[in-house]
Design a protein around this ligand. Sequence first.
Ligand code: ATP
Ligand code: TZE
Length: 596
Amino acid sequence: MSTQPPTRGNAAANDEVPLDRSKLDYSVYLVTGRELLPPGVDFFDSLERSLRDGHVGMVQIREKDAETGHFLEIAKRALDICDKYNVTMLINDNLTVALSLPARVGLHIGQDDIPVAQARRLLGPNRLLGISVKSVQQALDAKRSGADYAGVGPCYGTQSKKGITADKVIGPRGAREIVEVLGAGASGGGSETRMPCVLIGGLNQKTAARTLFGATSSTNAPDGIAVISAIVARVDSDVAARELGEIVSRFKLGLAASRSSSSLPSESGSALLYSAFAPHPSLLPPSSPTDAAFYVDRAASLLSTLRSSPTGPPLIQTITSHVSSTLSANIALAFSASPIMSHEAEEAEELSGAVGGLVLNIGTIGPPSRAGMKVAGAAANRGGKPVVLDPVGCGATNFRKEVVNEILNHTQVTLLKGNAAELSSISGSAEVAARGVDSGSGQLSDPVALVRTLASRERCLVLLSGKTDYLSDGQRVVACDNGHELLGRITGSGCALGVMLAVALASCVHPRVAVDAASPEDGESGGGLGKLMVNHQEDLFVGALMALLSMTIASEQAAARPDVRGPGSFIPALIDEIASISPDDIKKAARIKVVA
Ligand SMILES: Nc1ncnc2c1ncn2[C@@H]1O[C@H](COP(=O)(O)OP(=O)(O)OP(=O)(O)O)[C@@H](O)[C@H]1O
Ligand SMILES: Cc1ncsc1CCO
């Protein structure tokens, strides 16, 4: 293990040299917390250990209970360690302590502390000044007020700060709105200068990748993560810091590659963590094809891959309604997958090692499935497994809206599927009223804009189901006219489609997905991170299309059978047709249009 100080050069240990803000490294920002140290671990030993390999670029000394003299004593010793490893140090809250230390030491304040403008006046122009923000307004104020960076959060509930309750948590999606306005030229006013930011609150080895991805907007991304217990509570704080550093650097590499559409650099033969949530750029078409045949051919060839997978059927964990459970499981089997209908939180973590994809369907959700979704969703995200969310009946009640919101915050979904009423409700429009689990009678005025905007906002694929289905990844939109009205006359066809989507998305992900199955007990330590090897062998957009075409074309074939006389006889025929649908059927019968 290296004991050499890193050459990052992001701190001016010599106060003669003005702080070069462009060289600060926010990737892993450690906030100290003596109260969280493991028993018998010395604060300064833990700090030095976490800094020595160069993964932590900033340290904030946080002492909520120490009186000023003692705080200063701790900060002075901590500064020696930070200087040794060329790490930038800040003081939490206490202006007196910050001002008693050399000018290279900054100050971080909260919204309830001294106003930023006043802090800036007292600190002078050179000292680093950070502020915690939890709303867009606070972010805009922070940009105007002379702060250098923002801590955005709390992303999740944490144990480190008393008083944080679930309703104050902003989630990765709330963080994204803030990250957006902190970017250069953000709408809504404020300075044109981009303000760096770190995500804070519940960030650890399990949540970091998903949260960085979810908090990234189309124009701006977080610069790093601020953590307390994910490092401080670990005896091996060096290993903890390295794990976090690797997650952030993989995220940044993936982000750069996705923005330049270049290929992702391979890392010991594995693709990058970022690709767990977004298609590998090399799988995207070189330019947007307007020719539907391009997608139909690729969907057909993905179906043959699924039918002949050398690794066997993908295991699909489905947390779904008791109404549609059996139909969904049978359809998964017919579609060359292996279903497991499990909503038990207690087994979700263990199960996640074996599953290829996860379905979260809120049809008859109750406390156990709600809890199971949380654990299963987090585990799927960590392992790079595709997640399909079916927000059944969303919009019909406030409870369902709340549940969907909660899921979108705790899990980065790969695909969101819903009918007009459900997606209308999630998008915040009242255009199509929900009466129950089926669409209302109203029509969407602009389904293309709805799926595109929602996909871009939620950073996932969106599939709007109905007579015509619309699929988008936020840029491309394909409309599909296949399907039979009998699908709308049986219950659970949408739920079963959700499972088929998970199967198809799982078949896009390279079979060499492997995550160290060891999992920590306390949810905070880094166990279970292992070697993540997530590759995609096909564009997830094509995967979703393959499932949709398979369901809708099979429904047409079933309805055309002489033995089908209505919804009752249609169900077994549909299962049979799904079991036998072939790549050729897809090529012959697909009726899709590239509409954007
Ligand atoms: N009138 C129709 N004509 C053709 N296909 C249809 C029709 N209605 C629905 N479908 C197809 O049925 C499948 C399910 O879509 P639907 O919108 O009915 O889902 P849903 O409302 O979520 O269903 P459920 O709640 O019963 O599971 C989709 O593949 C869609 O293409
Ligand atoms: C009828 C019904 N009620 C809750 S879930 C469900 C199945 C259709 O989604």
